[in-house]
Design a binder for this molecule. Structure first.
Ligand SMILES: NC(=O)C1=CN([C@@H]2O[C@H](COP(=O)(O)OP(=O)(O)OC[C@H]3O[C@@H](n4cnc5c(N)ncnc54)[C@H](O)[C@@H]3O)[C@@H](O)[C@H]2O)C=CC1
Ligand SMILES: O=C(O)CCC(=O)C(=O)O
Length: 417
C-alpha cells in the first residue's frame, strides 16, 4: 500500500447520493478510512459549507459542482462522478483549478439500453394507461393504437455506447434501425445512418435520444423537430433533460401528433426525494415518467462503485489520471524508493524547463518523468532519486509561473529508487 505525503487516514472522502457499498469497500481496501457517505445530494449552500475540508468528492447526477463550489474547495484533489454524464460539474473550472474529474463511461450502459427497449414495447402497446385503468377497476380491451414493434423503425439520435446497445437489441427484436450522429460511426448489424436529424425524425416510429448535454444538444428536440416527427410516433429521452423542450413535447402529445413518450430526465429534477416534481408532462396519457433511473440497477451501481473508486485511488496513490474526463491522461507505475511530485500547469512554452531546473538546481536526479499535454493543460509526474526536501521542492514548483497545482505525492526511501 502506497505511503502518501498526507497519511491516508487524514484524506477526507465525501460520497453523496447513495453511492454503492462497493465504493466504500474498495476505498477501505485501499487504506482510505475517513469516508463519509450521504444518501442525498447537497445543494450549493451545503456544499460551500462542507467542501473546504474534503480531499476527494464522489457524486452522481444530482449534485452540481459550480465554479463557486470548486473555488471554495481548497483541499480538493479529485472528483468522482459515479455515473456516465459529467455535465453536472463545471469541468473547465475543475481543470483550471488542477482537479481531475473521473466517471464510469460504460458501467450503466446496458441498464439504460434495456430500459429503453422495455419502454418501446410499453409505449407501442399503450400499456401504462391500460394498466392504470385496470388498477382503477376499468377494463379497456382494445387493440386501438397498439402495435407490434417488429418491422417498425427505431430512430437513434447519438450512436455511442448506449445508442449502439439499443441498436443491437432493437434489431434482434425485428425493428429497423436508423441512426444520426455528428461523428461518422460504424453501423452495427443492418442499422443505417441518416444524413440529418430531420431525415431520422421523418422516418422513425420511435425516436430515442442518446446524446450528451452540450450547447449543441440543448433543446435539439423543440417545436420544429416534433412537427418533423411522424404523426402517431413516440419519443424516448433517457439522455439529458435539456435536450427536449418539455413544453413543446407536452403540446405535441396533447394534439396527438405524438401518441406516447417515455422521459427519464428533465430540465429541472428534484434535488431530493421529498421535493415535489413539477412538469407539463404530468398526467398526460401514454407518457411514462421515470425519476432518472436509466442507470439505476443493482448491477450498474455495483460496477460503478468499484470502477470510480479505483480511479480515485489510482489518482490519489500514484497520480494516474487515466480515465479523467477533463485532464491529460498520465499513468506512471509506482516507482519504489523514489520521491514523486505532481505538477499541473498551463500549457505554455518553458514550464517543463523550469520544472526540471528546480530539480537540477538541487542536484537531484530525475529517475522518471511522464508528461502529457493538451492544447491548454500540461500534467507531469516526476520521480526523483536521492535526498529530497519535499516541502521546499513543492513550494518551488508552485512558484513557477503558469502552475495550476503542484504537490509532493509520496516520499522516497533512504536507498533511493
Ligand atoms: N438516464 C440515465 O440514467 C443515464 C443517462 N445517460 C446519458 O446518456 C448520454 C449518452 O451516453 P453514452 O452513449 O454512454 O455516450 P457516448 O459518448 O458513448 O455517446 C454519445 C453519442 O452522441 C453523439 N453526439 C454528440 N452530440 C451530438 C449531436 N449534436 N447530434 C447527434 N449526435 C451527437 C456522439 O458523437 C456520441 O456518439 C450520456 O451523456 C448521459 O447524459 C447515461 C447513463 C445513464
Ligand atoms: O445514476 C445516476 O445518478 C445518473 C445516471 C446518469 O444519468 C449517468 O450515468 O449519466
Amino acid at each position: 500500500m502506497t505511503k502518501l505525503s498526507l497519511s491516508k487516514d487524514k484524506i477526507n472522502i465525501l460520497l453523496l447520493e447513495g453511492v454503492h457499498d462497493n465504493a466504500i469497500s474498495e476505498l477501505e481496501h485501499g487504506g482510505y478510512v475517513s469516508v463519509e457517505r450521504l444518501p442525498r445530494a447537497l445543494d450549493e449552500a451545503e456544499l460551500l459549507e462542507r467542501i473546504g475540508s474534503v480531499h476527494i468528492l464522489g457524486i452522481r447526477s444530482r449534485t452540481h459542482l459550480t465554479a463557486k463550489v470548486l473555488e471554495a474547495a481548497s483541499k480538493l484533489i479529485c472528483v468522482g462522478c459515479f455515473c456516465i454524464g459529467t455535465n453536472q460539474v463545471d469541468l473547465k473550472a475543475a481543470r483550471r483549478l488542477g482537479i481531475p474529474v473521473f466517471n464510469a463511461p460504460y458501467s450503466n450502459t446496458r441498464s439504460v439500453a434495456e430500459l429503453v427497449i422495455g419502454e418501446i414495447i410499453m409505449l407501442m402497446r399503450g400499456i401504462f394507461p391500460k394498466s392504470n385503468l385496470v388498477h382503477a377497476g376499468g377494463w379497456m380491451k382494445s387493440a386501438k393504437d397498439s402495435y407490434e414493434i417488429r418491422g417498425k423503425t427505431l430512430g437513434i439520435v447519438g450512436y455511442g455506447h448506449i445508442g449502439t446497445q439499443v441498436s443491437i437489441m432493437a434489431e434482434s427484436m425485428g425493428m429497423k434501425v436508423r441512426y444520426f450522429d455528428v461523428v461518422n460511426k460504424l453501423a452495427l448489424g443492418n442499422a443505417q445512418p441518416c444524413h440529418s436529424l430531420e431525415e431520422l425524425l421523418a422516418v422513425s416510429d420511435v425516436v430515442t435520444l442518446h446524446v450528451p448535454d452540450t450547447p449543441q444538444t440543448r433543446n435539439m428536440i423543440g417545436p420544429a423537430q416534433l412537427r418533423a416527427m411522424k404523426k402517431g410516433s413516440h419519443l424516448i429521452n433517457a439522455a439529458r433533460g435539456q435536450v427536449v423542450d418539455i413544453e413543446a413535447l407536452a403540446g405535441a402529445l396533447k394534439e396527438r401528433h405524438l401518441i406516447g413518450a417515455a422521459i427519464d430526465v428533465f430540465p429541472k429534477e428534484p434535488g431530493s426525494d421529498a421535493e415535489v416534481f413539477e412538469s407539463a408532462l404530468r398526467g398526460l396519457d401514454n407518457v411514462i415518467l421515470t425519476p432518472h433511473i436509466g442507470g439505476s440497477t443493482m448491477e450498474a451501481q455495483a460496477n460503478i462503485g468499484t470502477e470510480v473508486a479505483q480511479k480515485l485511488i489510482e489518482y490519489s496513490d500514484n497520480g494516474s489520471t487515466m480515465g479523467a474526463v477533463n485532464f491529460p491522461q498520465v499513468a506512471l507505475p509506482v516507482h519504489a524508493g523514489c520521491t514523486r511530485f505532481l505538477h499541473v500547469h498551463e500549457n505554455r512554452p518553458g514550464v517543463l524547463r523550469k520544472i526540471n531546473e528546480v530539480f537540477s538546481g538541487r542536484n537531484l536526479n530525475i529517475a522518471a518523468q511522464y508528461l502529457q499535454t493538451d492544447p491548454e493543460l500540461g500534467y507531469v509526474v516526476v520521480d526523483v532519486d536521492g535526498d529530497v526536501d519535499e516541502n521546499e521542492v513543492a513550494s518551488e514548483l508552485r512558484a513557477i509561473e503558469g502552475t495550476l497545482k503542484a504537490r509532493f505525492l509520496y516520499p522516497g526511501k533512504p536507498g533511493g529508487c
